[in-house]
Design a binder for this molecule. Sequence first.
Ligand code: NDP
Length: 505
Amino acid sequence: MVGSFDPFCPCLYLDGDYVPSAGGERIPVLNPSTLETVGHRTRSTAQEIDQSVAAARRAQKEWAGLDAKSRARHLHQLADRIEKNPFHDVAKLITLEMGKPYPEAEGELANCGPIFRYFAELARHDEGHVAGSTHPHTLEYMRQYPYGVSVHIVPFNFPIILMVWTVAASLAAGNAVLIKPAEATTLSTLKFMEYFSLLPKGLVACLPGDGRVGQQLIEHGGTDVVAFTGGVETGRRVAMSCAAHMKPCVIEAGGSDPLIVSKNCDLDVAVPAAVTAAFHLSGQICVSTERFYVEDTVHDEFVRRFVAATQKLRIGDGLGKNEIGPLVSEAARTRVMELVQQAVTEGATLACGGKIPENCGKGWFYEPTLLTGVTPDMSILKEESFGPVASIIRVQDFEEALCLANDSDFGLGACVFTANLEEAMTAADRLEAGMVWINNPMPDNDALPFGGWKNSGLGRSLGKFGLDSFRQTKMVFMDYKPDVQDWWYPYADDWFYGAKGRQQN
Ligand code: NDP
C-alpha cells in the first residue's frame, strides 16, 4: 500500500511509493491567488534519477512480457480506481498551486479514466500488419514493440490530463514511464501517483524538478523515447537534445490560434464561444484563441457583444464562484502586461480590460482584455501571449480572414464560425493547423490525433498516432519453405558485365 502524500514534505514517487527527497531542496509552492504557501517541492537528484531509471528498466521487462490482454486488464483496473474516486484532493491541489477554477480541475480529472481504457483496448486491437508477399511461401509482416522507458515532460496548464494522454499510450504500448511534472504543478501530479500504485513497482515514477531534471532524463542512457508538452522554445531545445541522443520524441508545443467570424455566422453562438475560447483558464490553454479575424459587416456588433460578455466574467480565487482565476506566476502576468502595452503603443485600442483588477488581493490576476484595431504587423500577433488577451483584426471578407489566419509560424488549432457550408469546408481544407473547429472551439477526441503544424509541434498524441509514438516497428520476413535463391552468391557467370547478351559499350 502506498504511503500517504503530504504536500509539505518534499518527495518524489519512486518504486511504487513516496520517497522523501535525498537532495534536501525545499522550495515553497505559492498559491497564485493568495501568495500563501500551500506546500513544498524538491528537485530530484542525479542519483534518484539513476535509481528510477534502473527500477523502470527492470519493471518494463516484465510489463512488456505480459500478453496485451493482461496489460489491458491492469489499465482498466487503474481506470476503475480513478473513476471510483471523487478527485477532490487532486483537483483542490491543482486549484491551490496553479489557480485553475475548481470545476475545471474536476473536469480535467474526470476525463482521465476513459483515456486509459481507450489505449488499453487500442493496443489490444492491433500489434502490427501483414503485407502482401513479395516471394512465394513467405510470411512478410510488421510487428510493433515498446521502446523501453519513456520520459514525459509536462506543462502546468493541464498537469494531469496532458500527462495521461501520453503516459496511458506509452504504458499500453508496453513501456515504463518517468514523469517530469511542471514545477508549478508538482504537488497535484505527485498526489495523482497514488493511482499508479496499482501497477507493478517501478513501472511509473514521478521526478520533480526544473528543466535540468528534464534534460537529465532525456540524456540518460537508460531512457528511450520522449514526450514533451510545453512552449515552442523549450520544445525546440528538447527536440535538439533528443536528436543528439537519437531518441524519438513527440513535441506538443504552443500556438496562437485564429478564430474567423464570418458574416454568415450566428452571433448568439459565436460570441459566448469566442469569450470562452479566449479567456478559459485565463487564456493559458495551448488552443486558446488569441487572434480573431472578424468580417467588416459584423465587426462592430461582434465587438460590442464581446465586450459586454467579457465584463460579466467573475475574477477571483479558483475555489470561489469565479470564471477567471489568476495567472500561474508573476512572470507570466508581467509578460502579458508587456505584450498588451506594446500593442497599444503600436496603435491597438483597449476595448476592455488591460489592468490588474481591483479587489482581488495580491494574487497574480489580470483582467480579461480585448484589443481592437489590431493589424497584421503588430508584435502581439507574432507571439503566444498565453494570457487573457484577445486581439481583434477587422477583415474585408472571408478570403482575407483565411489568408491572415494562416500568416503565422504557429499551426496548432484554428476555428471558424459560419453557417455557410462552402465557407466551412473551405476553411477545414485550407487552414494550416493540426486541429480545425467549425462552430465549436477546442474539444478533443481520444480517438483522433492531437498536435500542431509548423512550429507548434512534431508527432501526435491521442488516437492510433498517439499509440504509435511509443512503439517501434520491426519488419519480419519468414520463408517457411526454404530453398537456395537464384540471387545468392555465387552469381551466375552470365550475370556479369560483358557476358553474352549483356550491354557492352
Ligand atoms: P514550458 O515550455 O515552460 O515547460 C514545459 C515543461 O518543460 C515543464 O515541465 C518545464 O519544467 C520543462 N522544461 C523547461 N525547460 C526544459 C528543458 N531545457 N529541458 C527539458 N524540459 C524543460 O511550458 P509551460 O509549462 O509554461 O506551459 C505552457 C506552454 O505549453 C504554452 O506554450 C502552451 O501553448 C504549451 N502547451 C502545448 C500543448 C499542446 O498540446 N500542444 C498543450 C498544453 C500546453 P519547469 O516547469 O520546471 O519549467
